[in-house]
Design a protein around this ligand. Structure first.
Ligand code: G6P
Ligand code: ZN
Length: 582
């Protein structure tokens, strides 16, 4: 059968501007006639012709509700736009890091490589008929499309008049592995359904020493718990942790991917990863007699991670610093040294201290993984991380939740290589406390105010910017709130000049920097789909080793009070408490 190409007339639909990580909207919005079609065609039209005609594209995602329909639509549109082949992870499942790996590494039976891919995910946002769906395009380097392309996509969505689709192409069975070929007006069109995990597992095995991790994982002294929150991470967890590393099956919880993530919020933090948090002994209302030594969770598309020890939370900012400090010794991929390290602006300065000690190149970039990608493509950065539970390296161009878990297991395996029979285990908590003792501790917390009125959020931010024009006034206000915090010595809106392409990103968050190294940062989230989310990041550096063991909430209480009163949080938002504290 030769499929026909239909040209369908359409008109622009408002609001298709991709955010930090693609277009995220309620499923209802995506289901409107032409909505997805317009965006996909706008993307094809934004790419250079050779990245579409005759090219191979990956299409898959975290398996959330509407993914299967979207995949069939994109297959038909790809065929109609002259794409040569579409690669689909079995059942439409590929984690975001796996898509990046597949674009960079996979070669099919014809020797073809992919030139990019659509990732169908709204990451850590809930899924289901009344929740979120999302789509983003990643380029040939495996990383998210740069702003030049996403701007073009948006412009195209505002002027679109037509799209192309092979309406008579039958739906492809994406549940079984294999290639289905069709004849089109421009020749053969293949849909290749492949195993979601094997390329990714192969890559992980080339980075980490699986043997030494296996020794740790199978030691009777060691127990672990991995919670995929019913996201796509579950499709990798069994393969990697159980089959390859020998963990017990009972170590995995919520590892069956579900379209609605079991009704939960697939965000790996202390609020949403409830079951794991309880198992690890971190929920005071559910005391545990002997929690596992190591716990980790992933978000819907498995690019985020949360790392826990027995009754112990590792902040993401500490996590990346600790990985960087130990990478060369503990992870074979880094054995010849790190090219540099980077963090996003709101992430704590724990990584800065490691970079200084180890004499590493260091970069502070705006929020958004794409900024790391540029540095990595230029060979300037090996390890990077964000406070928003993202950690990764230059093995791909996305953050990578399972990579982070394997990095921690590698560090634990390395520190315990002589301890597995006999001596006491060096625990996650020991590693973190040892790190603080060496480098100092960055007390850190983030307050999120979700779904705030967008106008009110803007006003709050504008007021904070206005205040910055007079530091003496700011300090007077602060003195009136708490006399026990240090003074603000610099206040600005973070601006970044990309050292690789020279591009400038402005208005990347409002900073108040204190004399003693403390910081308050205010930002509006770029990933929400409803109203505005205000994020407040609070940080205090403590070098004195006698003071590094305090409760974080207690150590930060004065700064929190200053932040809330200075910003007039309650006055502007009507909220007396944040939605989430991490
Ligand atoms: C996504 C990006 C991250 C970024 C995060 C910020 O997860 O991939 O790089 O840190 O969004 O989200 P926010 O809601 O704070 O804009
Ligand atoms: Zn994610």
């Amino acid at each position: 059968m030769v499929f026909k190409v239909s040209r369908v007339e359409t008109s622009p639909i408002d609001g298709q501007k991709p955010g930090t990580s693609g277009l995220r909207k309620k499923v209802k919005v995506f289901k409107q006639p032409h909505y997805l079609h317009n965006f996909v065609q706008a993307t094809f039209n934004a790419l250079s012709a050779d990245k579409v005609r005759g090219a191979t594209l990956v299409v898959s995602g975290d398996g959330r509700y509407y993914s299967k329909d979207a995949i069939q639509i994109i297959i038909k549109m790809a065929a109609a736009n002259g794409v040569r082949g579409v690669w689909i992870g079995q059942n439409g499942l590929l984690s975001t890091p796996a898509v990046s790996a597949v674009i960079r590494e996979r070669v099919d039976a014809n020797g073809s490589k992919a030139s990019g891919g659509f990732i169908l995910t709204a990451s850590h946002n809930p899924g289901g008929p009344n929740e979120d769906f999302g789509i983003k395009y990643n380029m040939e380097n495996g990383g998210p499309a740069p702003e030049g392309i996403t701007d073009k996509i948006y412009e195209n969505t505002k002027t679109i008049t037509e799209y192309f689709i092979a309406e008579d192409l039958p739906d492809v069975d994406i549940s079984s592995i294999g290639v289905t070929s069709f004849g089109g007006p421009e020749g053969q069109f293949d849909v290749d359904v492949f195993d979601s995990a094997s390329d990714y597992v192969k890559l992980m095995k080339s980075i980490f020493d699986f043997q030494s991790i296996q020794k740790l994982v199978t030691s009777p002294k060691f127990t672990l718990c991995y919670d995929a929150l019913h996201g796509v991470g579950g499709a990798y967890a069994n393969r990697i942790f159980v089959e390859e590393l020998g963990a017990q099956e009972s170590s995995l919880i919520n590892c069956t991917p579900k379209e609605d993530f079991g009704g939960g919020h697939p965000d790996p933090n202390l609020t949403y990863a409830k079951e794991l948090v309880a198992r690890m002994g971190l929920d005071k209302s559910k005391p545990q007699s002997d929690p596992p030594e190591f716990g980790a969770a992933a978000d819907g598309d498995a690019d985020r991670n949360m790392i826990l020890g027995k009754r112990f939370f590792v902040t993401p900012s500490d996590s990346v610093a600790i990985i960087a400090a130990n990478a060369v010794e503990a992870i074979p991929y880094f054995s010849s040294g790190l090219k540099g390290v980077a963090r996003s602006m709101p992430t704590s300065a724990a990584l800065d201290v490691v970079a200084k000690h180890l004499n590493l190149k260091f970069f502070e970039v705006p929020t958004g993984w794409k900024f790391f990608g540029n540095l990595m493509d230029a060979g300037m950065c090996s390890v990077c991380g964000e406070e928003s539970f993202g950690t990764g390296s230059d093995h791909i161009r996305e953050k990578d939740g399972i990579w982070a878990v394997l990095a921690w297991l590698s560090i634990l395996a390395f520190k315990n290589k002589d301890n597995l029979d006999g001596k006491d285990l060096v625990t996650v908590e020991d590693i973190v406390r040892q790190h603080w003792a060496t480098f100092g501790r960055h007390y850190y917390t983030r307050y999120d105010y979700e779904n705030v009125d967008a106008g009110a959020a803007k006003e709050l931010m504008a007021n904070l910017v206005k205040l910055q024009s007079s530091l003496p006034d700011v300090n007077k206000i602060i003195e009136g709130i708490r006399s026990d915090v240090s003074e603000v010595v610099q206040a600005d809106e973070f601006e970044y000049k990309d050292p690789v392409d020279g591009s400038i990103s402005k208005h990347q968050g409002i900073r108040y920097l204190f004399k003693d190294g403390s910081r308050l940062v205010f930002r509006l989230s770029g990933t929400g789909s409803e109203g505005a989310t205000i994020r407040l990041y609070i940080e205090q550096y403590e070098k004195d080793s006698s003071k590094i063991g305090r409760e974080s909430s207690e150590a930060l209480a004065p700064l929190v009070e200053v932040a809330l009163k200075l910003s007039k949080m309650q006055e502007f938002t009507g909220r007396s408490a944040p939605t989430v504290i991490t």
